[in-house]
Design a protein around this ligand. Structure first.
Ligand code: ATP
Length: 435
């Protein structure tokens, strides 16, 4: 059964080295997190799985990696300077600040006791800073609040250099920053986070069809990576929820322990962004279709997901507690592509006679997969640890291995064990992992 409480996953993250509170030795830095040895691997796997599906397995999407710092002109044109704000209210009783549209999520005990709110006012979520060495005379710059603008401002560059033509997409994975009024729910909402976004440029007449295509594709991505379908839904935005640029948006939502929450938004952005940047920059951002002799500004469908939120959802869905041989265990039933380690090599004993063979096996498997090596503690405890961190397969090297050139593969989900020859080990692991 998936985790019922967020704390089950938060505790596992801390205990096993997935996610730590940031700056913990200085008392913590509110709502910031550092990804530890296992969490950094898993977060990377989430992003790699996205790039694999969205770029590698398609011939119509290319990847970019644009700057995080940007000049005000970009955000003037995109509408972020004028519109990227949340409604902020102050409570005159508990003196805390809240997002007016999130008042139900108030978590401080005082706030439940008769809050009295001020009128709401728009609070711009962008972080502003100064670039340049001379204090007082530096240039004003912004940390990007989404990766999307990096794709729009490079539309012309990509069109000229990549030999792509609509329908085609530009994808990007990277950090974004928002000065959220109420960060919280662990890594669900933080001020610094990572996005996985793609701008898909299409002839205007085809935009409705592509919008529906991407809604389906994106929901399936989560299902294919192991989230049960009943924990996901696609929720179309009501007209009064739509962003200023959107002609239609649907969110992929996940059933978090506190209710449905957004993992990803799929928006029809029309020609808003390319037109805005053309007007503000004076550079023409359009496409000349030689087949029809027509020039047009492509429409855009944007699937925009968050890597950290998605990682939390994968962990919550994969979390399970069961009983094996009368012993309770915690097991993360992660899809093998997302698991931090794909395989753990476990020599039965630390004795010198076993170490060289075990290390050889570790070295050969490591050239293909991220592999853990653990020779401490009793074997049963080592299996439990690997179960808890989601390692799909363990390879146990025992004294018989020295005689029969074989090892035991143990599966996380079933705990079944099979003996296989060392010569055929890589093939066997590949079959079981699916890659
Ligand atoms: P929300 O309504 O939750 O603030 P949003 O609709 O503003 O999110 P988008 O602008 O659509 O979010 O961003 C796309 C994705 O980026 C979101 O679906 C989410 O996964 C991720 N994301 C946005 N803000 C944050 C944040 N503060 N912390 C972590 N992830 C975020």
């Amino acid at each position: 059964m998936p985790a019922q409480e967020l704390d089950q996953v938060v505790n596992l993250c801390k205990r096993r080295g997935f996610v730590f509170p940031s700056a913990e030795i200085y008392g913590g830095f509110r709502s910031s997190y550092d990804y530890g040895p296992l969490g950094s691997l898993m977060l990377r796997n989430v992003k790699d799985a996205w790039v694999r599906t969205m770029v590698q397995l398609r011939d119509d999407v290319v990847l970019v990696d644009a700057a995080i710092l940007g000049p005000p002109q970009i955000f003037e044109a995109s509408g972020h300077l004028a519109n990227f704000s949340d409604p902020l209210v102050d409570c005159t009783v508990c003196k805390r600040r809240f997002r007016e549209d999130h008042l139900d999520e108030r978590d401080c005990p005082q706030s439940k006791k008769g809050c009295a709110f001020t009128e709401s006012r728009g609070f711009n979520l962008m972080f502003k800073t100064v670039a340049g060495p001379v204090e007082g005379s530096g240039a004003e710059v912004y940390l990007r609040p989404e990766t999307a603008q990096g794709m729009f401002v490079n539309f012309g560059n990509v069109l000229q250099t990549s030999r792509k033509r609509p329908p085609f997409g530009i994808a990007q994975v990277g950090k974004s920053f928002r000065n959220e009024i109420t960060p919280g729910n662990f890594i669900f909402r933080t001020r610094e986070f990572e996005q996985m976004e793609m701008e898909f440029f299409v002839p205007p007449a085809d935009s409705a069809q592509w919008y529906s295509y991407w809604c389906t594709e994106r929901l399936e991505w989560y299902v294919n990576l192991g989230i049960p379908r009943e924990m996901l839904r696609l929720r179309p935005h009501a007209a009064d929820e739509l962003s200023h640029y959107s002609a239609g948006t649907s969110d992929v939502e996940f059933l978090f322990p506190w209710g449905w929450g957004e993992l990803e938004g799929i928006a029809q952005r029309t020609d808003y962004d390319l037109t805005q940047h053309s007007t503000h920059s004076g550079s023409k951002l359009d496409f000349f279709d030689q087949a029809t002799n027509e020039r047009y500004v492509p429409y855009v469908i944007e699937p925009a997901a968050g890597a950290n939120r998605t990682m939390a959802a994968f962990m919550l869905a994969a979390y399970d507690e069961d009983i094996i041989n009368d012993e309770p265990r915690t097991v993360l039933r992660l899809h093998p592509r997302l698991a931090p380690y794909k395989v753990a090599v476990l020599p039965l004993s630390k004795k010198e006679t076993l170490t060289p063979l075990a290390k050889d096996i570790y070295a050969s498997l490591s050239s293909r997969y991220m592999v853990d090596y653990d020779e401490t503690q009793a074997i049963g405890r080592r299996y439990r640890r690997q179960d808890e961190i989601g390692t799909p397969l363990c390879v146990t090297v025992d004294f018989e291995s020295l005689e029969d050139d074989a090892v035991t593969i143990r599966e996380r989900d079933t705990t079944q064990q099979v003996r296989v020859s060392i010569a055929g080990l890589l093939d066997e692991l590949g079959k079981r992992l699916g890659f």
